[in-house]
Design a protein around this ligand. Structure first.
Ligand code: NAD
Ligand code: MG
Length: 298
């Protein structure tokens, strides 16, 4: 069976998908997607790179966060999963994979727009895992609108609340618990550098994540805590079928944007998070790893 260490052609490692037009309500169900995203069930092999680590992963029920949770567990980390209460079914699948890897899984559903939940999430992660040394902010909200007038104020603010404010609050709550050697990985996007005109609020939150992370990295390095960023490009996840992009564009998803000629799969994002969390990246601080199939990046 092939995994991330199999030497092959990146253009054809994963299929060039052409998803049918489909639409779900936010936050959506990964199980209902056609085709199913690859979160690493049979394509990610762990080699002990995160042995004994204790990780908190937001957005861990589906997509990139789910691939991170599975990869971290297979690399030897215990995992606390954050996700919305309506996502229990997708979370069941991921939690079972974490347990099958022989690691503990702690599930803390809730809404990241709620400040009290952000604090409680960290407290419960620390209590359940006996500490915390890896924070991975993956949760995100993305809704497309053709015109700026179509974005109402509430949606604009909610996008910032989920994508930026929650990450800030989680980091602040986690800091008293994070020993030297701990890591924080935040999730930006190719949109932070090349904003699509139909995702103004989303793209600007991702630029904020990028900037916040660079500043934070400089501040926290003095405590031995490393902050880095992953900036994914077009990746096949439920975000894309819950209003993230114009549904009519789904059959062409990823193919035209990524020079590799296809959309990425969540499992292809996971190794970047593993690397930035592992001690093997000890001299990597305030960096952004662009995982986008070849879109020119700064
Ligand atoms: P996804 O829908 O599978 O994951 C997003 C998760 O965010 C949801 O599962 C949900 O648990 C969480 N979330 C959203 N609103 C929340 C709220 N109010 N409270 C708690 N949790 C909430 O999609 P994904 O593509 O895997 O997204 C993961 C991250 O990757 C996001 O930050 C997204 O912006 C980023 N990203 C994705 C792509 C892509 O092409 N898929 C590209 C660049 C960046
Ligand atoms: Mg989800």
């Amino acid at each position: 069976m092939s995994d991330q260490y199999t030497f092959d052609d990146p253009r054809t490692r994963h299929p060039r998908i052409s998803p049918p037009v489909q639409q779900q309500e936010e936050p959506g169900s990964q199980r209902a997607m056609d085709p199913a995203p690859d979160i690493g069930e049979s394509s990610y092999r762990g080699t002990g790179r995160l042995t004994g680590r204790r990780a908190l992963v937001t957005g861990a029920d589906s997509g990139i966060g789910a691939a991170v949770a599975v990869a971290f567990a297979r690399e030897g980390a215990d995992v606390t999963m954050a996700y919305l209460p309506s996502e229990e079914e997708d979370a069941d699948h991921v939690a079972a994979l974490v347990e099958a890897a022989g690691r503990t899984v702690t599930r803390v559903p809730g809404d990241l727009r709620d400040a009290a939940y952000c604090r409680d999430l960290v407290a419960r992660a620390v209590e359940a895992m006996g500490g915390l040394d890896a924070v991975v902010n993956v949760a995100g909200k993305q809704v497309w609108h053709e015109r700026v007038e179509d974005i109402d104020d509430e949606e604009f603010e909610e996008t910032f609340a989920v994508n930026v404010t929650a990450a800030f609050r989680i980091v602040k709550a986690a800091l008293p618990h994070l020993p030297p050697g701990s890591t924080i990985v935040n999730t930006a996007s190719a949109e932070a550098f090349q904003p699509a005109p139909d995702r103004l609020h989303y793209a600007s939150t991702k630029a904020a994540v990028e900037n916040l992370s660079k500043g934070l990295a400089q501040q926290l390095v003095e405590r031995g805590i490393r902050v880095n960023v992953v900036a994914p490009g077009p990746t096949w996840t439920v975000l894309q079928v819950t209003g993230g992009v114009d549904p009519q564009t789904l059959p062409d998803f990823g193919a035209s944007e990524a020079p590799l000629g296809r959309a990425g799969q969540p499992v292809e994002q996971a190794p970047a998070y593993v690397f930035l969390t592992s001690a093997e990246s000890s001299f990597v601080v305030g960096a952004t790893l662009h995982v986008n199939g070849g879109m020119p990046s700064p």
